[in-house]
Ligand binder design. Structure first.
Ligand code: SIN
Length: 297
């Protein structure tokens, strides 16, 4: 196995390992360590069935099943399908606009996701150019470079992560996009039953990484509705400053996809965002698994 760093704070390319085969404990431990050291890693040229992706990623822990049932792969509910393709029944094959805002996956759950693994089955490509990059920002590096006065201000503060807030924000963005002549997206409504499984959660803004023990920022523009105990204005002001800081170029990394990449990111250490610069007939089909993490502290 070969690990080559591709970025300053985050990013590595791991080659000479076949993830479709069962891995011995030593190889798995090397992958585990390289992953947590580099925050975002790509395994290029993999040929994985959904079962093999599940088998590899569940070595890290329990796999989640996404609340959006209609975007789970049939018979393989641990796979969350992200795609712009439409099935024969006229319904989207998967989530069409997952990752519109900077976020870490499932941050609104009681046990937010430890890691996500996204496998590229089909990627949009035209005239030799690849579309649909995924962007990353290291919230570990961002925390470490915060001014001391802000670090002090954040001590003891908690923020509310809300899936209901995200749905509303995303719907408004979809409506705005359609008004501007962009894509018209019809997402399935969530039932009250589904929404009940994702109640709002409050977590410390400054979090300790459970594996590396580094401190990190745990707020994101997709899921966080407000900071607890502050006025609306003060909460919005602090969140605005943090969001601006997190996405500074020096903390960023971009992944430009190739077919067969398995890309894995550490949801405690980074945030990510999709790029919607393609449309049908350019096709994008991705399979994501997410591993349950621990309760933030
Ligand atoms: C995600 O937010 O998990 C999706 C990222 C992407 O499709 O590029």
């Amino acid at each position: 196995m070969n690990v080559v760093k591709t970025g300053n704070h985050l990013g590595a390319r791991i080659t000479d390992v076949d993830l479709s085969k069962p891995l011995d404990d030593t190889t798995f431990q090397s992958i585990h360590d390289a992953f947590f050291e580099n925050q975002v890693v790509v395994f290029p040229n993999q040929q994985l069935t959904p079962e093999q992706q599940i088998a590899f990623t569940q070595r890290f822990g329990h796999l989640e099943q996404h609340v959006r049932k209609e975007s789970r792969l049939q018979n393989q509910p641990e796979i969350f399908v992200i795609s712009n393709l439409i099935g024969e029944d006229g319904k989207p094959l998967g989530a069409v606009d997952a990752g519109r805002f900077w976020h870490s996956d499932l941050s609104y759950k009681q046990n937010p996701s430890m890691l996500s693994a996204l496998y590229s089955v089909e990627i949009p490509e035209k005239d030799g150019r690849i579309y649909g990059d995924t962007q990353y920002a290291s919230v570990v590096a961002a925390y470490e470079h915060l001014p001391e006065v802000m670090k002090k201000r954040l001590e003891g503060l908690s923020a509310v992560h809300s899936y209901a807030y995200y749905r509303k924000k995303n719907r408004l963005a979809q409506q705005e996009e359609a008004k501007q002549g962009g894509r018209v997206i019809k997402e399935a409504e969530l039932s009250d039953e589904q929404l009940k499984t994702v109640p709002d959660m409050s977590f410390p803004i400054v979090r300790t990484h459970p594996v590396t023990k580094r401190r990190t920022l745990f707020v994101n523009e997709a899921h966080v509705s407000h900071i607890e105990g502050l006025s609306v204005e003060e909460s919005a002001d602090i969140l605005g400053q943090l969001y601006e800081h997190i996405v500074k170029p020096e903390f960023r990394h971009v992944h430009s996809w190739s077919r067969g990449d398995l890309l894995m990111w550490d949801n405690t250490a980074v945030q990510h965002k999709a790029t919607f610069d393609y449309d049908l007939p350019l096709r994008r089909l991705m399979y994501r698994t997410t591993v349950r993490g621990s309760v933030p502290y």
